[in-house]
Design a protein around this ligand. Structure first.
Ligand code: RIB
Length: 309
């Protein structure tokens, strides 16, 4: 059976606008380019995996409202397996995304259904992970409660799967969870929140000392800092016009996981992930900006396409 990207975490309905000027003293700003989109970090990872031609299964929760259709329809259209998504009472997760002219988004999230897990639902996630084909990779984030992520990561490790953790929200991530991850992919701000102030390479080393075999910090201006054991490497991104950074970090994490699933070593996975996240900043919205494999390879000069191994 084909190995699968198992994406666990937030599923949201994104409401996105562009604003040319911040709110003035009256607290009011005029916006345009309104879009209702599917979003949430796990949903975005699953969507990206499908764009890259890999099987993807989503683990998460939505409510029984109209926002659930907004969140799930784009995923269904690209072929994400939604059989493990719990549809409970209440409201689906909601994100308000403001994109200024710089493209550097601001997001406000109401977790809603993402935060309302029962023990029975957590048990179902573990069962789903146990049944996943060998070689599958668990990709998770903490826009759901940490106890869910820990239970899933424990199951994945017992079954010999790689665990990739995007440590958002960092205040939900403790040492126990960090030690369960093979790979962590914080952005710079999250890395500092987890490990304090200091030079970014010292921060990477401090995080690695807490358990993860691979620390890959997404750098503010694009590119990443990769630390594998004692080997440190910076991977630069190609210069492009930044239209919208929404979901670029999820594209990075998803592409890194896809590369691991395909048997690539971390340095190659990091180059692939940098190219995927670079592609994702070139268009408006998270999922609508996600590249297919040829668009990723076009941003990796000198690398030949390897669609499968
Ligand atoms: O990383 C982008 C995502 O963060 C958005 O899609 C939003 O829903 C939040 O989860």
């Amino acid at each position: 059976m084909e190995a699968v990207i198992l994406a666990l975490g937030s599923i949201n309905a994104d409401f996105q606008v562009r604003i040319d000027k911040p709110a003035g003293s009256a607290g009011l700003a005029l916006a345009h380019d309104f879009r209702r989109l599917g979003g949430g970090k796990a949903a975005n990872v699953a969507f990206l995996a499908r764009r890259l031609g890999r099987a993807a299964r989503l683990f998460g929760r939505v409510g029984d409202d109209d926002l659930a259709a907004q969140a799930l329809t784009p995923l269904r259209e690209v072929g994400v397996d939604l059989s493990e998504v719990c549809r409970a009472g209440g409201q689906t997760g909601f994100a308000m995304v403001l994109v200024p002219r710089s493209g550097k988004k601001n997001i406000v999230v109401a977790a809603n259904a993402n935060d309302e897990w029962s023990d029975e639902e957590i048990g179902k996630v573990c069962h789903g992970i146990e049944l996943a084909p060998a070689g599958s990779v668990l990709v998770c984030n903490c826009e759901i409660p940490a106890r869910v992520v820990k239970a899933a990561a424990g199951c994945a490790r017992r079954h010999g799967m790689h665990v990739v953790l995007d440590p958002t929200f960092p205040d939900r991530v403790d040492d126990e969870l960090l030690a369960m991850a093979d790979v962590i992919t914080p952005n710079e701000e999250e890395a500092h929140q987890l490990a304090g102030a200091g030079a970014i390479c010292d921060i990477a080393r401090a995080l690695a000392a807490r358990g993860p075999r691979v620390v890959c910090i997404k750098l503010d201006g694009g590119g990443c800092l990769l630390l594998v054991g004692k080997q440190e490497q910076r991977v630069a991104s190609v210069d492009v016009e930044v239209v919208d950074t929404t979901g670029a970090g999820d594209a990075f994490t998803g592409a890194f996981a896809v590369a691991l699933l395909e048997g690539r070593a971390p340095p190659e996975a990091a180059r692939f992930a940098v190219a995927a996240s670079t592609a994702a900043v070139m268009a408006y919205g998270a999922q609508p900006s996600y590249p297919d494999r040829s668009a990723v390879m076009a941003l990796m000069p000198g690398e030949e396409e390897r669609s499968s191994r």
